[in-house]
Design a binder for this molecule. Structure first.
Ligand SMILES: Cc1cn([C@H]2C[C@H](O)[C@@H](COP(=O)(O)OP(=O)(O)OP(=O)(O)O)O2)c(=O)[nH]c1=O
Length: 208
């Protein structure tokens, strides 16, 4: 693959890497972008997801600007935010965060937003914002406690991971499933393809 097609994923998330790999894209480099993820005052969840994905991509583009191997790379970043109405749920780091999130999500619908930001080799910036609606069953005390004991909530926006045990709580999902896990695959492929990245180049022999 020529230098023109180098691809950098501005992320430290193994889930995003696995999702990209599912559509045959293997980044040439993985660079987590450490940015302040706190929402601004009264910031809408969709604005937060857009802003943070842009910040992550811009930070890595800045870091790579003098790197001869990667200064002309495609750089992609994403940010996933879980919200109930305008209320933004935290990325659960401690048990209390996760318990509060799950109590809020129990028996109702919420939205998961992922902001995508792509910086092209020409320095053009393209963004997208994808929204998925998810409805959870009403959680019994036993379900809540068992889920908390599993630890799967750790580091996850909204205190759950749909790709794991919490998949059993989902009554209804409208929109992109991969968006909830952290990287909407259809929109990612479209964005890259639209900007000239050879998304389908490796499909023939990749075994997908
Ligand atoms: C709702 C939900 C979130 N998540 C994860 C996806 C994201 O990794 C995380 C949201 O946090 P993000 O800030 O979007 O991502 P991150 O900090 O893990 O990775 P990076 O910024 O380096 O790319 O929550 C799941 O894995 N499953 C789910 O069902």
């Amino acid at each position: 693959m020529s230098d023109q097609h180098k691809f950098v994923l501005a992320s430290g998330s193994p889930r995003r890497l696995a999702l990209l790999s599912q559509i045959g894209i293997e980044p040439d480099r993985l660079l987590p972008a450490d940015v302040d993820e706190s929402p601004l005052r009264a910031e809408h969840p969709r604005s937060l997801a857009r802003r943070l994905s842009r910040l992550k991509a811009e930070k890595i583009a800045h870091e790579l600007r003098n790197d001869p191997d990667f200064s002309g790379a495609y750089i992609m970043a994403a940010d996933t935010v879980v919200a109930v109405g305008r209320r933004i749920l935290p990325k659960a780091e401690i048990l209390d965060d996760a318990a509060a999130c799950l109590r809020l999500l129990s028996g109702r619908s919420h939205r998961v937003y992922t902001g995508l930001c792509l910086i092209t080799p020409q320095g053009k910036q393209r963004q997208d914002l994808i929204e998925t609606r998810v409805r959870f069953k009403r959680l019994s005390r036993e379900e809540l406690e068992s889920y908390l004991a599993s630890g799967e909530w750790r580091g996850k926006a909204g205190g759950y991971a749909i790709q794991g045990l919490a998949g059993g709580f989902v009554v209804k999902l409208v929109g992109s499933y991969s968006n909830v896990v952290g990287l909407p695959l259809y929109e990612t492929a479209s964005l890259l393809h639209g900007e000239g990245y050879p998304v389908y180049a490796n499909w023939q022999s990749s075994g997908h």
